[in-house]
Design a protein around this ligand. Structure first.
Ligand SMILES: CC(C)(COP(=O)(O)OP(=O)(O)OC[C@H]1O[C@@H](n2cnc3c(N)ncnc32)[C@H](O)[C@@H]1OP(=O)(O)O)[C@@H](O)C(=O)NCCC(=O)NCCS
Length: 168
């Protein structure tokens, strides 16, 4: 199979419908349109990125927040037919690297305990599980794992993966 070629840019309001389609194909609890509009128009912490393939079609996105020196990952998905080709890894590693250039030194996220794909990706980037929130997800009472990339882990991430992403 030919390697998928994709690029990454900041999310814009024009992307919201497409991002919601990707989310509907990926997740049981999806954000309403107004939440995306709020993020892009009013939230100074918002650092959202989309990945697009050579024809310009958006195939994945990551919503990040930069709060003090912390990167948070509230929403993240890749269209099912484009998974396992490095898009999710590229999106999150670019976002973390850009955050680092803005002063972030740690990162936190929550993930469903049964989400093997996402947990595998986060571990590859250096995140470690720090605690469990029992029954956290409202729709099925699944546990949430709280994962953390601490300062050492973030530095290691930058040394290993991050430097290829230039300041954007
Ligand atoms: C999680 C998600 C974004 C990963 O996107 P992706 O583009 O398929 O991920 P990548 O191809 O970049 O994979 C990077 C690494 O993640 C891990 N990984 C990805 N999919 C995996 C799977 N199905 N099983 C196990 N590990 C997996 C692997 O370590 C992989 O590295 P490798 O290819 O060298 O083995 C995608 O599966 C998705 O959209 N899932 C539904 C939404 C979701 O769960 N979002 C996260 C909410 S916390």
């Amino acid at each position: 199979m030919e390697a998928l070629s994709f690029q990454i840019r900041r999310m814009q309001e024009e992307d919201i419908q497409r991002v919601m389609e990707i989310e509907r194909a990926s997740s049981e609890l999806i954000w309403p349109e107004n939440s995306y509009r709020f993020e892009l128009r009013e939230n100074n912490a918002e650092r959202a990125w989309v990945a697009y393939e050579s024809g310009g079609l958006v195939i994945g996105f990551v919503m990040l927040w930069l709060i003090l020196d912390e990167m948070h990952v509230p929403n993240f998905a890749v269209l099912p037919e484009f998974r396992r080709q490095g898009v999710g890894f590229g999106l999150l590693s670019n976002g973390l690297a850009q955050g680092w250039y803005e002063g972030a030194r740690c990162s936190f996220l929550e993930v469903r305990s049964g989400n093997r794909a996402a947990i595998g990706l986060y571990k590859k980037l250096g995140f470690e599980q720090v605690s469990v929130r029992k029954g956290y997800y409202q729709n099925n009472r699944e546990d949430a794992l709280l994962m953390n990339l601490d300062q050492n882990g973030y530095q290691n991430f930058m040394d290993k993966w991050g430097m290829q992403w230039k300041t954007n």
